[in-house]
Write a protein that binds this ligand. Structure first.
Ligand code: ARG
Length: 449
């Protein structure tokens, strides 16, 4: 392998010189995450009308990451999109049911009683429940990852929420928001339209004080507590799996917690000692406590350097399946964009590139703005050249390497493209290829910074 390795370094070096840029190994999890075209700051949004529990109806399109988990067309839980293929929910929503075969996930949902044109429903490919989740009360590590069978197509009404950066935490006192189709009161009705409520994060001390005022002290390692001692605002049955969303310094909505449990809904916990129906804060699974576990499972590349890398200022080399999109998608890409992604599949695998959308300035021979796909990093074998406004059929690589490039000129820009990249065992593909030797293994490759 050493010759091949050197050859690859040389080739990448040539590409870099061509581009006048350095090589970075990175992943593209969710560019443009946490963007809401509708939402105002939560602190401008206190509402006196009682909904979710003490909240209000959501304006359509406010939370494009909010999904509804449905079993036999019936809403059972909420969830959050974090990438085209991954949804986060509560473990207790999916661990008792035969989830993979019976639960669907609907994005772009607003009014459950209507089938809206923005809706996208996918089935689930696999469920990953946190290994430390225990269904015994009080539920701790109440979080699960759902891998979709397919990919959500992002746009104005469907998009990902940001995960916190490592070390990023939302302090006590911070006002965040939770949303869902859960009950409007402890014994209340289930609403049709998505509801939201703003909730402050409590200090650990306040939370422990509230939980220790119960007859049986409840504690957990991943509890993030919210609410008001006098009650009145809370999530409720049916909101589970949804998110506690906080806006970070840059204004991007970030997943701080997953709706998990509470004693009743919106009850006061001030006089728990003397109450027959004691209350508790609204408990969310604290994302900062389970972030490494999430990243471990959804990571689309090793040796991450920058999670925000679009592949456009550098050459992005990925060793795992993932998704790519043109810069600023679904907004228009810029003039003179030049982006390159190299995918390296494991041995005996081919690479399938499937477009969810493609809107690139049409020019007969695709020489103005275009996507090219090469089966080698030297760009000797071009296997596809794409432009225009039709979603092309999937492109299958003849080897385990794929170089995808996106170029735009100085005229006219469009929304660009979004595509997923999957590694397919050669044995599953019904074609013979004699390019096996072309596969180059990048694993041991030293990346200059
Ligand atoms: N566990 C409930 C569900 O399955 C609701 C969780 C939130 N409850 C609360 N009082 N904050 O939907």
């Amino acid at each position: 392998m050493p010759i091949r390795k050197n050859k690859l370094i040389l080739l990448l070096g040539v590409i870099c010189l061509e581009q006048g840029k350095s090589v970075t190994v990175s992943v593209s999890p969710a560019p443009n995450c946490g963007q809401s075209l509708v939402k105002v700051q939560p602190w401008n949004n206190f509402n006196i009308f009682s909904r979710i529990l003490g909240g209000s109806q959501v304006e359509k399109g406010s939370y494009p990451w909010q999904v509804s988990l449905k079993q036999r067309q019936k809403h059972i839980c909420g969830g959050t999109i974090i990438s085209p293929q991954w949804v986060i929910t509560a473990a207790h929503c999916v661990s008792y049911r035969n989830t993979v075969s019976t639960v669907n996930v609907t994005a772009g949902e607003h009014d459950l009683s209507q089938t809206e044109p923005e809706e996208q429903t996918l089935t689930i490919q696999s469920v990953i429940v946190h290994p430390l989740f225990s269904s015994k009360k009080p539920m701790d590590y109440d979080i699960a990852l759902l891998k979709m069978a397919g990919a959500f197509q992002f746009g104005q009404f469907v998009g990902p929420m940001c995960l916190p950066e490592p070390g990023e935490q939302f302090e006590a006192g911070f006002i965040c928001t939770t949303a869902g189709w859960g009950r409007l009161g402890e014994d209340g009705v289930l609403p049709q339209v998505l509801q939201e409520v703003n909730l402050p994060i409590l200090t650990h001390k306040e939370c422990m004080a509230a939980l220790s005022s119960l007859k049986k002290f409840l504690s957990g390692k991943t509890f993030l507590c919210t609410g008001f001692p006098e009650g009145g605002r809370d999530a409720c049955q049916g909101d589970s799996g949804g998110s506690l969303m906080c806006q970070n310094k840059k204004g991007a909505w970030t997943l701080a917690g997953v709706t998990s449990w509470g004693l009743g809904c919106g009850r006061s916990w001030r006089n728990n000692m003397h109450q027959s129906d004691p209350g508790s804060p609204g408990i969310f699974t604290d994302l900062s406590k389970v972030l490494p576990w999430i990243r471990e499972h959804i990571q689309t590349g090793h040796r991450r350097k920058s999670s925000r890398d679009s592949g456009c200022s550098v050459i992005t080399v990925l060793f795992e399946e993932g998704f790519i999109q043109s810069p600023n998608y679904p907004g228009n890409y810029s003039d003179m964009a030049s982006c390159n992604w190299i995918f390296q599949a494991p041995k005996h695998h081919l690479i399938e590139l499937s477009f969810q959308s493609l809107e690139i300035e049409e020019s007969g021979d695709c020489t103005s703005d275009y996507v090219t796909v090469h089966s080698d990093v030297e760009r000797r074998t071009e296997i596809a050249r794409l432009c225009g406004y039709m979603v092309p059929s999937p492109v299958l690589s003849p080897s385990s390497v794929l170089l995808i490039s996106f170029q735009s000129d100085e005229n006219r820009t469009c929304s660009g493209f979004q595509a997923t990249v999957a590694f397919i065992p050669k044995a599953d593909v019904n074609i013979s290829t004699d390019l096996e030797d072309e596969s180059m293994f990048l694993e041991t490759w030293n990346v200059p910074t």
